[in-house]
Write a protein of this length. Structure first.
Length: 378
């Protein structure tokens, strides 16, 4: 691949001595300082027939980076005795520093999990009702609390002036949990199943998935000789896949994977999913066995920026700190589609406001006063 770059030579003296009585000043300690301020690696333009289909071609990785080092001007770092003076006097010593935080971006070791979101979206298209049926059983006790809350609300409204059927704080969380994890997903899956059967009854089934999955990170590493160091990274995967689903005697309507049912039947498994998405991982594997073929492309883009200041402590009383240096890096490549196999689930807690709200509802619903109010053991 062709490479285009701009190399800069900024050699410098790192020490300057300014005497009082014996001029001129002297610059010493020469430092060789060469770097590439611009670097680009790209694909050569080619004359070739237009590919068919156009969206199924590969693109080798192209990169572009720009580098600005951190520099300091002459700064006072100390003094020395100038014996040429009578009597002797103090002369000044000045220092200069330049530094490059890094030539090559230091990418995080973790990789973007694009497989699981793609498979989950595919699973939503290929309706799976088995998980919701298991979830319905797991939350059957919450329907009791939901019905009681509705009944209490009705009596409260009817006998508002008489003050009958007093509501408690346990009624609303129980109703919220019953709706969020019982009625809502079951109703949505049933409606989707009927709609899918009505719109598509013939085989084979082709499902197009277009999705972008991104990951951001920001860290503040400790690097010797530098201060105020920070790294920012963004990775994105743009998925344009067409899935050919495996024909089935059940058509698009199916009852899912018993392993997924087992996970949904575990009490409060959805709480575990907030931090470690075990349920999503099982559901992603559930849809893989229904895939017959996959085509399309996956476009990967990376953007990286790091900042730093060169730091010299030759004289602790007068440390030298340079201006801000910067490295920017961008890359772009395109690969052909491959079967997305989800990686094992990892610890990645979510703090979205809705999940926090449900967690608070859960804490209220399982505490001792609510268990006493419900008249049963939770």
């Amino acid at each position: 691949m062709p490479i285009q770059k701009t190399t800069v030579n900024e050699g410098f003296y790192s020490r300057r001595t300014i005497p009082v009585c014996s001029p001129p000043s002297a610059d010493t300690n020469w430092v060789t300082f060469n770097y590439d301020s611009y670097y680009r690696q790209y694909n050569s333009p080619q004359s070739r027939p237009k590919p068919d289909p156009l969206d199924r071609t590969v693109l080798a990785k192209q990169t572009t980076s720009r580098l600005k080092p951190s520099r300091s001007d002459w700064t006072y770092t100390g003094w020395y005795w100038d014996y040429a003076c009578s009597p002797k006097q103090k002369g000044g010593i000045y220092g200069r520093v330049k530094g490059i935080g890094e030539y090559v971006p230091t990418m995080p070791s973790s990789t973007v999990d694009w497989q699981t979101p793609v498979l989950l979206e595919l699973s939503e298209r290929y309706v799976n009702i088995g998980s919701s049926l298991a979830e319905y059983r797991a939350t059957a006790s919450q329907f009791y609390e939901y019905g009681k809350a509705i009944q209490n609300g009705w009596h409260r409204w009817k006998g508002l002036k008489k003050g009958r059927a007093k509501l408690t704080p346990c009624s609303i969380p129980a109703a919220e949990l019953a709706y969020s994890f019982g009625i809502k997903p079951l109703t949505e899956d049933l409606f989707s199943s009927v709609e899918a059967l009505a719109l598509r009854s013939e085989q084979p089934i082709h499902i197009d998935v277009h999705k972008t999955v991104s990951e951001y990170s920001k860290i503040f590493p400790t690097v010797s000789g530098f201060t105020n160091f920070q790294r920012r990274t963004m990775r994105s995967h743009r998925i344009n896949f067409r899935f050919d689903m495996r024909p089935s005697a059940l058509g698009i309507f199916n009852v899912g994977n018993p392993t997924t049912w087992a996970w949904e039947l575990i009490p409060f498994s959805f709480v575990v999913d907030w931090a470690i998405p075990v349920g999503d991982w099982l559901q992603a594997f559930d849809i893989i066995k229904k895939i017959n073929n996959v085509g399309g492309t996956r476009t990967i883009k990376e953007a990286y920026t790091s900042y730093w200041k060169v730091y010299n402590t030759a004289n602790p009383t007068y440390p030298i700190t340079g201006e801000i240096g910067k490295l920017t890096y961008k890359s772009h490549e395109r690969k052909l589609a491959s079967l997305p196999v989800p990686p094992p689930p990892r610890w990645k807690p979510s703090l979205s406001w809705h999940k926090v709200y449900r967690a608070l509802s859960l804490l209220v619903a399982v505490n001792q006063p609510c268990r006493k109010y419900s008249g049963r053991r939770m």
